[in-house]
Design a protein. Sequence first.
Length: 455
Amino acid sequence: MPLRRFAMIYNPAKTVALGLALMLISWLVAAALDAFYQGDDFLDQLLRPDMGDAALRLLFMGIQLIFLLYIARTIGRYHQQDELLEEALQSAEREKLRSQEILEAVGDAISMQDLDLKILYQNQAHKELMGSRLGEYCYKAYQQKDAVCSDCHLVRSFLDGKSHRIEASAQTRHGLKFTEIISSPLRDATGKIVAGIEAVRDITDRKLAEREIQRMNGELELRARELADANRELESFSYSLSHDLRSYITRISTAQQMLVASEKADELDTEYLLQSIDDSCSDMEELIEAMITLSRLSRQEMQWEEVALSDLVHEVMLHLQHQDLHRQLTFSLPDGLTVKGDRHLLKVALENLLGNAWKYTGGVPVARIEFGVAESEGKSCYFVRDNGVGFDMAERDKLFRPFQRLQSSRGFPGTGVGLATVQRVINRHGGEVWGEGEPGKGAVFYFTLPERGAS
């Protein structure tokens, strides 16, 4: 170390000059000592020493010269090493500044932590996000804990040597924020893990965009399903409507022809024919009204609100019971059912479901109608169950087709659009409807009402 400090002061040229000066001084000192002890003249000893003294002096000076050359060479090597070290330090400093500039320019909040999770570095974005926490332990600084978090992603990176990515969300004063946290191990030249780097990225815009895309895809699927249903209904509608209207017109035309041909018909026959015309007109009016209702359901704008479903069911049932106050009926309904939906449309659906249950239990001594909640395939659904005439499951494909009536409905009034109306309402809410039944043992109709976001 003294030689290195000496080398930092003197360069090789100065060292050689100093060495030559010392050799000259040593020659002068030797000449003076020989002149003193031998009683000779100093100048003679300096300029013309005897062979023995000169040999000794030259040997000593040679040793000095060799030593000086060694020192000069060592000093030169130290200077070279210092220059290389200085260059390496400057290069390292430049790389450090360049790395910091890159980390600052990335835009993500980045920090580095040692194996004990002590924070070694934070870029400006990380300081703005989490505050300046250099020298603190991350679990204490960020989570206010006294020990490492059990699910720490950076610890996992230290253990398996891999990068880990997690997503987190938090409610802030600026709204819901989503972040992506990426942890990776940092290795030295030998491949040993010596620290870890953590990047926190704000992905709120991306997550909100993904949610919007999911919502739009859901609406698109719903519209596609509605379009497919509408096309099927249109095909069935065209056939059934033309058939039903033709039958009404045929009845009217037949009655009119009979009136024209039977000028001498008695009053009873005339009254019967006129009643037939009136009934046909009423049936056509009912059919047209059902068509208009079904069409409006597809165009009417949804008015989403909190609907007290139990109260709405109770209101519909009271209206049905007022039609026949003497009818024996057992009705069950749980209290407190609420859903999100369009109250008007839901009332239309319930009027048709409960109206069918009321209609098809008309011939039962003691009718039973039940409204409740059940579970189907892990999802909650609502149901209307009755003990009426039921239906054959072989005809279930016709249940929700407009103007299609089942065998069990023969002898009961109706246009055949009630269940089609129910399906249209439930589909517009993003739910599903299906039915089960058995002839003579009643029927049950289920429907689901997802949250508004699901539709």
